[in-house]
Design a protein around this ligand. Structure first.
Ligand code: SF4
Length: 92
C-alpha cells in the first residue's frame, strides 16, 4: 500500500471495503489519534457547532473502511457501518 499512498493512485490499487467509518462527535474527545493513524489520510479535525473542542471528521472520498481508526479510538467514538453487500467482496 505504501507506494500508492505515497505517490498516488491508491484508488486504482485498493477497493473500498464493505464498511465505512462514522464518528460520534458527542463522545469524541478530540485527541487526534485517529488523524495520525489513518493510513489514507481520511480524517481531520473540525469545529462542530455547540462544542469547544475540535472533533474528528472523516472525508467520505478518502475513507476505505479499513477499520484502523475504529480499533484504536480510545473513546469508542468511531464505528464501522456496513454500506455494501457481501457480494462486494467478490465483485472486484
Ligand atoms: S481517536 Fe476517537 S476520540 Fe480521538 S479524535 Fe479520533 S474519534 Fe475522537
Amino acid at each position: 500500500m505504501y507506494p500508492w499512498l505515497t505517490y498516488g493512485g491508491v484508488e486504482k490499487g485498493i477497493a473500498k471495503s464493505r464498511f465505512e467509518a462514522r464518528i460520534d462527535v458527542e463522545s469524541c474527545s478530540g485527541c487526534q489519534d485517529c488523524v495520525e493513524q489513518c493510513p489514507f489520510g481520511a480524517i481531520d479535525m473540525a469545529k462542530v457547532a455547540g462544542h469547544k473542542k475540535m472533533k474528528a471528521r472523516v472525508n467520505p472520498d478518502k475513507r476505505y473502511g479499513c477499520g484502523v481508526c475504529a480499533v484504536n479510538c480510545i473513546t469508542g467514538s468511531i464505528k464501522l457501518h456496513e454500506v455494501r453487500p457481501p457480494e462486494h467482496a467478490t465483485a472486484q
